[in-house]
Design a protein around this ligand. Structure first.
Ligand code: NAD
Ligand code: ZN
Ligand code: ZN
Length: 344
C-alpha cells in the first residue's frame, strides 16, 4: 500500500510503498478514508536527531477516520464496513487515568512503549492503518469523514482545554483565542456552542482573521505588539477570563499573560516551546496557567455529538495521498485556512 512517511531527520515526508498491514490478535485494520494534517507533525519533523523520540521511517497522521476492513482474532463489537474515528492518544487501558478515559494522561504508556498512531506508531496517512484495540474507535454514525477527521485532535484538544474553563466563561465574560488555524478556528466554534462568552480572536494573517469572523468570533484582532492593549480596550480594561494560546511562542504567551483578567485561566496549547512564569508580580492575582495534551475518550464522543448537533463545522482543504507533501508545505507556509485533510 501507499503511505506518507517521515524517513530522514530534516527531510520532507515522502509517499512510499510499504507492505499491507495485517491485524494481529486484538487489533483492528481500517481502510483509511480521511487523515488530518496537524502542525505538531511539522514540529516533530523539525526536532534534531539527538533525542528524537520515534523510530524512522514513521508513517505520519494522528487524525484518522476509516472503515473497518478486518478484525484481528478475538475482536468483538465491530463489523467490517463500520465507519469509525480513531481516538489517538493511546494508553495502557488499565491504569487509573485510563480507567477514567484519560488515556492522554496514561501513567504507564511511557514505560510500556505505547505511542499514538503517527506519533511513534504507524499513522493514518496510508491506505490502511492498524488500531491496537477496538476501544480506540468511536463510531462516526452518519458524519462526513472529511469534516469529522479534524475533530479527533483539532476538535478534541480545544474541547478539553475549554471544558476546564467553563465555570469562568459565564455571560459577560471574554475568551481570547490566539492562533485561529486548524485548532483555533474549531475552538472559536466550540466556545460559541458551549459558552455565552464574547470571543476575541488573534492571528497574524488577515485570511485567518476573516475565517475567525466567519466561524463566530465577535472580534478579530491582528496579533502584534499592540494586540494586548487592543484586547484590554475591548474588555473595558478588565481583560479576558480565559485565554487559549494555540501558538505557544514567546510573543503569544506574553500576549496571553497581558490580556488575562484577575482569576483568569491561561491555557497554552501550542507547542512553540514558550512558557509563562507564575508568581507575585508576574500575572494578575490568581491567574492559573496550564498546558494540556489532547483530550479523553469520553470527550471525543462529546465533540462528535456537538458536530452531529450542527454546532461545529470544520473548514477543510483536501489533498490526495500523493499530494500530502504539498499539504505539509502549504501548512508550513501558513497557507492552509482551516484544516488540510488527506484522502488516501
Ligand atoms: P495551524 O498552523 O493550523 O494554526 C496556527 C495558527 O497560528 C495559524 O493560523 C497562524 O497564522 C497563527 N499564528 C502564527 N503565529 C502567530 C502569532 N504570533 N500570533 C497569533 N497567531 C499566530 O496549527 P494547528 O495544527 O492548529 O496547531 C496549533 C498548535 O497547537 C501547534 O503548536 C500544534 O503543535 C499544537 N497542538 C497541540 C496539541 C496539544 O495537545 N497540546 C494538540 C494539537 C496541536
Ligand atoms: Zn495534532
Ligand atoms: Zn494507562
Amino acid at each position: 500500500m501507499k503511505a506518507l512517511q517521515y524517513r530522514e531527520i530534516g527531510a520532507a515526508p515522502e509517499v512510499v510503498t510499504v507492505p499491507d498491514p495485517e491485524p494481529g490478535p486484538g487489533q483492528v485494520l481500517l481502510k483509511v478514508t480521511a487523515a488530518g494534517v496537524c502542525h505538531s507533525d511539522i514540529a516533530v519533523m523539525e526536532w534534531p536527531a539527538e533525542g528524537f523520540p520515534y523510530e524512522l521511517p514513521l508513517t505520519l497522521g494522528h487524525e484518522g477516520v476509516g472503515t473497518v476492513a478486518a478484525l484481528g482474532a478475538g475482536v468483538t463489537g465491530l463489523a467490517e464496513g463500520d465507519a469509525v474515528a480513531v481516538y489517538g492518544p493511546w494508553g495502557c487501558g488499565t491504569c487509573a487515568k485510563c480507567a477514567e478515559g484519560k488515556e492522554n494522561y496514561c501513567l504507564r504508556a511511557g514505560d510500556l512503549g505505547i505511542l499514538p498512531p503517527g506519533l511513534g506508531a504507524p499513522g493514518s496517512m496510508a491506505e490502511y492503518m492498524l488500531v491496537d484495540d477496538p476501544r480506540h474507535l468511536v463510531p462516526i454514525d452518519g458524519l462526513d469523514p472529511v469534516a469529522t477527521v479534524p475533530l479527533t485532535d483539532a476538535g478534541l484538544t480545544p474541547y478539553h482545554a475549554i471544558k476546564r474553563s467553563l465555570p469562568k466563561l459565564v455571560p459577560g465574560s471574554t475568551a481570547v483565542v490566539i492562533g485561529t488555524g486548524g485548532l483555533g478556528h474549531v475552538a472559536i466554534q466550540l466556545l460559541r456552542a458551549m459558552t455565552a462568552a464574547r470571543v476575541i480572536a488573534l492571528d497574524v494573517s488577515e485570511d485567518k482573521l476573516a475565517l475567525a469572523r466567519t466561524v463566530g468570533a465577535h472580534e478579530a484582532v491582528l496579533s502584534d505588539a499592540q494586540a494586548a492593549a487592543k484586547v484590554r480596550e475591548l474588555t473595558g480594561g478588565l481583560g479576558a477570563q480565559a485565554v487559549f494560546d494555540f501558538v505557544g511562542v514567546e510573543p503569544t504567551v506574553k500576549t496571553a499573560g497581558a490580556v488575562a483578567a484577575v482569576e483568569a485561566d491561561v491555557t497554552i496549547v501550542g507547542i512553540g516551546g514558550a512558557g509563562l512564569p507564575v508568581g507575585f508580580g508576574h500575572l494578575p492575582f490568581e491567574v492559573s496557567v496550564s498546558a494540556p495534551y489532547w483530550g479523553s475518550r469520553g470527550e471525543l464522543f462529546e465533540v462528535l455529538d456537538l458536530a452531529r448537533a450542527g454546532a461545529v463545522s470544520v473548514h477543510t482543504e483536501t489533498f490526495s495521498l500523493d499530494e500530502a507533501p504539498l499539504a505539509y508545505e502549504r501548512l508550513h507556509a501558513g497557507k492552509i485556512n482551516g484544516r488540510a485533510v488527506i484522502l488516501p
